[in-house]
Design a protein around this ligand. Structure first.
Ligand code: 0X9
Ligand code: ZN
Length: 298
């Protein structure tokens, strides 16, 4: 059974998604958009009342294996919308929601079984190297290969052998290429640091509409602070953190998705990636308040 009092294994998360699709077939469907390197499913859940004219929002989590709070928060959002859809606000109901809670299932399972601080996927066999894994957030195909990424397969920020060389990022790019849906927002949940980051990440440059992104980001941060008290800093990835090319956010923005953010969840460093499970509910609750603000703006 799914709860938000502990971190769950992939099997539980996928079982939860399938259960919701079975329980609420009129609004929820689950699809597999591809498989990971080790053959695990990349499961996406859609929540929609099916009305024409809805906007569409894409949310993912678990790009980085060790950032366990991310799939936990994304599944909390799914549960909230699924269980309460009929009484949700029009802002929520007027959006077709797409959730991919675990982008990197092989890495996620590896952090549960072997190495709690693993970051990358688990692909093996990059030329002569005996190291494993590419950083999926350096593998997306916009300005791939630039600053803040490494060509060395043993690095934690290894970019892979080419844009979308990894099955997990390739599946996402194919999903976006094959769908007729025009997304208004793309949110990708990471940890940690408490930041709401918008493009560009590849270098110190800003998109033409950066003022809109900054304004909505600040409104989201304010809602988070009012709800749970956590302070989130708002700014561009490159300006506030560091330049890093090949991120999913930059690629989504390059497709023309206006409201594109990387959310770095709690905390600010006390526990870091190893955030105790007792934090899941408060972190998820305050970020749901942030997501509601986004939903009101798209
Ligand atoms: O470095 C990353 O991939 C992200 N931080 S994390 O600590 N979760 O690894 C930040 C990514 C920001 N976006 C881009 N640089 N494109
Ligand atoms: Zn991350």
């Amino acid at each position: 059974r799914m709860t938000w009092k502990q971190y769950h294994r992939l099997e539980d998360i996928h079982g939860f998604m399938d259960y919701l699709a079975k329980t609420y077939p009129s609004i929820i469907s689950v699809n597999t958009i591809g498989k990971s390197y080790e053959g695990r499913e990349l499961k996406i859940l859609r929540i929609s009342d099916g009305k024409a004219g809805n906007k569409a929002v894409f949310i993912d989590g678990g790009i980085h294996a060790r950032e366990w709070i991310s799939p936990a928060v994304v599944t909390y959002f799914i549960n909230q919308f699924a269980e309460n859809f009929d009484v949700e606000s029009d802002d929520i109901k007027n959006i077709d929601w797409y959730f991919l809670p675990v982008v990197n299932p092989d890495g996620y399972e590896y952090t549960h079984r072997s190495d709690r601080l693993w970051r990358k996927n688990r692909k093996y066999g990059y030329g002569p190297s005996t190291c494993t894994g590419a950083d999926l957030n350096r593998n997306f195909g916009y300005r791939w290969g630039g600053k803040g990424s490494s060509s060395y397969p043993c690095s934690d920020i290894y970019r892979g052998s080419g844009p979308f060389s990894e099955p997990e990022t390739k599946a996402i790019s194919e999903f976006f290429r094959n769908t007729a849906v025009k997304f208004s927002a793309y949110l990708t949940y990471h940890s940690y640091g408490q930041y709401l980051l918008y493009p560009w990440g590849y270098d110190n440059a800003l998109p033409a509409d950066h003022k809109d992104l900054d304004s909505v980001g600040k409104q989201m941060a304010e809602a988070i602070r009012k709800t749970g008290g956590s302070q989130y800093k708002v700014g561009s990835s490159s300006g506030l953190l560091y330049p890093a090319a090949g991120g999913s956010d930059d690629w989504a923005k390059s497709l023309g998705i206006k409201y594109t953010y990387t959310v770095e969840l709690s905390d600010t460093g006390r526990y870091g990636f190893v955030l105790p499970a007792s934090y899941i509910e408060p972190v998820a609750r305050e970020n749901l308040a942030g997501l509601r603000v986004l939903a009101s703006q798209v």
